[in-house]
Design a protein around this ligand. Structure first.
Ligand code: SF4
Length: 652
C-alpha cells in the first residue's frame, strides 16, 4: 500500500522555504544535496544531546519510538486517554497533516506543547523574537512557524483543549552543574543505520538539578502568527499540493542559489535530475545550453539578484556596467562593486586570465615581517558543556595547523595541535600551544577569514570569566590581545600590535581568477592559483613535500601536490584519503565542500564523532590522522597562494 502523503513538520518547513521543493523531496530521481546520513547529520548539526537532555528534565515521560505513522498514532491515542501524561514524540494526525511533537504534557484539558531546539538564547533579552517595529525577527521565524504549525494541528485534533506553546532551548546564562555531563549522552547508529542516543546509567540527580535548558512561552507570538489568515491558508495549500503530488510553481529568485535540488554535471551523468534546472528552464524558457553561461546567482555578494532576475537580466551576457555600477571605495585594491563587475566583464570578454593588483599587493607585502606564520583553526560548539561551571554552546577550539615561510623562501610545516581527548575541554591547552609556537618571533601571522580572530576573542573571554585559579591567565590574555582585534561584542576594545593579517581580505581586494566563479573560499582559490602559476607547478610537481631534502611536514612523506589530469591540476583536497569511510560520496562532499559560511563541517563532525560516539582506538587514530592532514593542507594552501603572488610580483 502506498504510504500516506502527510504534511509533516519537516515538509512544512521545506514548503515554507519554497513550495516547489515539496514536489522534489524524497524522489530518488531528483538529486538532493542535503546529508542523508542521519547519524552524521546529527553530529554535524551538533544538537542531538539537547533533545535527550530535555526528556531527562521531564521524568515519567513515555517515549514513542516507532517511526511507523499508524502505530505511533495508535500508541499516542492510547496514552492520551490518561488524564495526566507526559509523552515524548507523540504522533498527532489531522486529515493530511501529521506531526511528532518533541514533548507533550497533558493535564486534563490543558496541553503544553514543547518544541526543543538546539539553539541558545539569553532569557534576559527583552522581546527576544521581535524586531524593533514589532514584527517577528527573520532568524526566529522558521522556529516560530514550526511551533505554530504544530499548535494548529493539535488544536484541530483537540478543539476543546487549551494549549500553551513553549520553545525549550539552551540558556546562555546558565552554568553546567557537573563535570562530564556531555559524555553521558552518546550517539549511536541503530540497526537501520539511523541515529539513536544512548544515555549513560551514571546520570545523576545532581546532573539534572540545575537546568541548562529553559522554556520560553511563545503562545502570544504563535497566536499572532495564526491570526494572520495567510498562515493557515498556506498550511492547507501546501498539504493539499503534497498529498496530490502537485508541483507548485514558485517564482525563481536569489533563494534558488541555495537550492538543495541542484546537481553538478557529474551527478547528472550519474542519472540524477536537477530540480533547479527544471524550475529555471520553465521560468526562463531555457535549454540545457543556457546553463553553460554564468548567471547572476554566481555574482559574489550581490544584493540585486532578485531585481536582475525580475528584469530578465539573468545571464552575464545580459548585464551591463550600469547594472553593477562599479566604483572605487577610496581604499587600495578592488572595491566590492569593482570586483563584481570584474567577474562579469571577464566572462563577457572571454578573458580567463587571473587579475592581480601587483602594485597595491606589493605595498602590503612590504609591511610583512619574516618569518611569516600561517594558521588555521578547527573549532566547534558543544550544546552541553564539558565541565561544571561552563555554559552551553561555548566555542571549542580543538585543532590548529601552522606553517612558516622564511625570508629565503624556505617553507616548513612547523607545528600543529589536536586534542580529541574524550570529555576534555581543549581550549586552554590549545591557546598555550599556539602561544608557544607563535611567540618565538615577531613575524606576521596570517589567517583566512575572521574565524580565528573570533575564536581567540572567545578564549580570551573564557579565560577572564573562569573562576578557578589559572597560573598563566594574564600571560595568555595579553598574547591573545597582541595578535587580535577585539570583537564588536567585547566591552573592552583593543587592536594588537601584531594583529593577524586576513589573507581572505587580501584575496578579495587584490586577486581574482575567473575559474573560481566568484567564490573566495580557499577550496576554490587553491586550484585556481595552482592552475595559473608555473612556479607552483614546477615546485610542487616533485615529491618534495615531507621529503628529507625538501619541505618539512608533520603528516606527509615525499608527497607530490601537483598532478595534472585533462590539462588541469587535480584539486589537492581530492587527493587526500577520505575522512569518513562509512558513508557515501555525496555525504562526504556535503561535509567537505566548504564555503564562507560553513567553517570546517567535516572536521567538527569528526571531532563530535570522537567525543560522542563509541569508537575503537584504531578508528580514532585513523580519524585523527585524516584531520591532521586536512588541516595541514589548509595552511599549506595559504602558503601556496602567497608563493604564487610573490612570484608574479617578482616577474613584473
Ligand atoms: S530552484 Fe528555486 S524555485 Fe525551484 S525548488 Fe529550488 S528554490 Fe524553489
Amino acid at each position: 500500500m502506498a504510504k500516506p502523503r502527510y504534511l509533516t513538520k519537516s515538509r512544512f518547513k521545506l514548503g515554507m522555504e519554497c513550495p516547489t521543493k515539496l514536489f522534489y523531496t524524497k524522489k530518488k530521481k531528483y538529486f538532493d544535496s542535503k546529508l542523508d546520513d542521519s547519524f552524521l547529520a546529527a553530529l554535524a548539526e551538533g544538537g542531538f544531546q539537547v533533545g535527550e537532555l530535555a526528556k531527562c528534565y521531564h521524568p515519567g515521560g513515555q517515549d514513542i519510538t516507532t517511526l511507523d505513522y499508524e502505530e505511533a498514532e495508535k500508541q499516542t491515542n492510547r496514552l492520551l486517554k490518561q488524564d495526566r501524561v507526559i509523552i515524548f514524540e507523540p504522533a498527532i494526525r489531522f486529515d493530511n497533516l501529521f506531526i511528532r511533537i518533541d514533548i507533550l504534557i497533558k493535564e486534563g484539558n490543558k496541553f503544553e506543547l514543547i518544541e526543543v531546539k538546539a539553539k541558545s538564547f539569553n532569557p534576559n533579552e527583552k522581546d527576544l523574537f521581535l524586531n524593533k517595529n514589532g514584527t517577528i525577527a527573520s532568524t526566529w521565524k522558521p522556529y516560530l512557524n514550526d511551533i505554530a504549525f504544530q499548535k494548529y494541528v493539535l488544536s484541530k485534533k483537540f478543539p476543546e483543549a487549551s494549549i500553551i506553546s513553549q520553545l525549550m532551548m539552551a540558556d546562555k546564562t546558565s552554568k553546567c552543574p557537573t563535570n562530564g555531563l556531555n559524555q553521558k549522552f552518546k550517539i549511536v547508529r541503530d540497526k537501520n543505520n539511523r541515529k539513536g542516543v544512548k544515555i549513560s546509567t551514571t546520570l545523576t540527580e545532581q546532573d539534572l538539578k540545575k537546568k541548562i535548558l529553559a522554556k520560553v512561552d511563545v503562545s502570544h507570538i504563535v497566536k499572532k502568527i495564526m491570526e494572520d489568515g495567510t498562515f493557515i491558508k498556506s498550511i492547507e495549500y501546501l498539504a493539499n499540493a503534497y498529498e496530490n503530488d502537485q508541483k507548485i510553481i514558485t517564482p525563481i529568485g536569489a533563494h534558488c542559489g541555495n537550492c538543495e535540488f541542484t546537481c553538478s554535471k557529474d551527478e547528472e551523468e550519474q542519472g540524477y535530475l536537477s530540480g533547479f534546472k527544471e524550475c529555471w528552464k520553465k521560468a526562463n524558457n531555457w535549454t540545457d545550453e543556457d546553463f553553460n553561461e554564468p548567471n547572476v546567482l554566481e555574482i559574489w555578494s550581490f544584493n540585486e539578484k532578485n531585481k536582475m532576475i525580475s528584469e530578465g537580466k539573468i545571464k552575464f551576457s545580459e548585464l551591463t556596467i550600469n547594472d553593477l555600477q562599479p566604483a572605487p571605495d577610496g581604499k587600495p585594491g578592488l572595491s566590492a562593486k569593482e570586483r563584481k563587475w570584474l567577474q562579469v566583464k571577464k566572462v563577457q570578454t572571454d578573458d580567463k586570465s587571473p587579475f592581480l593588483d601587483t602594485s597595491n599587493l606589493k605595498i602590503e607585502m612590504d609591511k610583512w615581517k619574516y618569518p611569516l606564520h600561517f594558521i588555521d583553526f578547527e573549532t566547534t560548539t558543544v550544546a552541553i558543556p564539558f565541565n561544571k561551571g561552563r555554559k552551553p554552546y561555548e566555542a571549542i577550539a580543538f585543532q590548529f595547523s601552522h606553517h612558516k615561510v622564511y625570508k629565503d623562501g624556505r617553507v616548513e610545516h612547523s607545528g600543529e595541535f589536536l586534542n580529541t581527548n574524550v570529555g576534555e575541554f581543549p581550549n586552554y591547552k590549545f591557546i598555550n600551544e599556539l602561544k608557544n609556537q607563535l611567540a618565538t618571533d615577531k613575524g606576521t601571522i596570517f589567517r583566512y577569514s575572521p574565524h580565528e580572530n573570533t575564536i581567540l576573542n572567545h578564549i580570551y573571554h573564557q579565560l577572564k570569566e573562569d573562576e578557578r585559579h589559572l597560573s598563566n591567565r594574564e600571560e595568555l590574555c595579553s598574547f591573545i590581545k597582541s595578535i587580535t582585534t577585539s570583537s564588536s561584542s567585547m566591552s573592552e576594545k583593543w587592536k594588537g600590535d601584531r594583529n593577524m593579517v586576513d589573507l581572505w581580505q587580501l584575496v578579495k581586494r587584490y586577486y581574482y581568477d575567473p575559474s573560481t566563479r566568484g567564490s573566495n573560499s580557499i577550496k576554490a582559490i587553491l586550484p585556481a592559483v595552482l592552475n595559473s602559476s608555473d612556479f607552483l607547478k614546477r615546485k610542487y610537481s616533485k615529491p618534495i613535500y615531507g621529503s628529507q631534502a625538501g619541505i618539512k611536514s608533520l603528516n606527509f612523506k615525499n608527497w607530490t601536490w601537483i598532478e595534472i589530469n585533462n590539462n588541469q591540476v587535480v584539486d589537492p583536497y581530492k587527493k587526500l584519503p577520505k575522512i569518513f569511510t562509512d558513508t557515501n560520496d555525496k555525504n562526504l562532499k556535503v561535509l567537505t565542500d566548504e564555503n564562507e559560511l560553513i567553517h570546517g563541517g567535516a572536521a567538527l563532525t569528526a571531532y563530535g564523532r570522537m567525543q560522542f560516539s563509541e569508537m575503537s582506538q584504531l578508528e580514532r587514530n585513523k580519524l585523527s590522522a585524516a584531520l591532521l592532514r586536512y588541516c595541514e593542507l589548509d595552511t599549506m594552501a595559504m602558503v601556496m597562494i602567497v608563493e604564487a603572488w610573490q612570484e608574479w610580483i617578482r616577474e613584473k
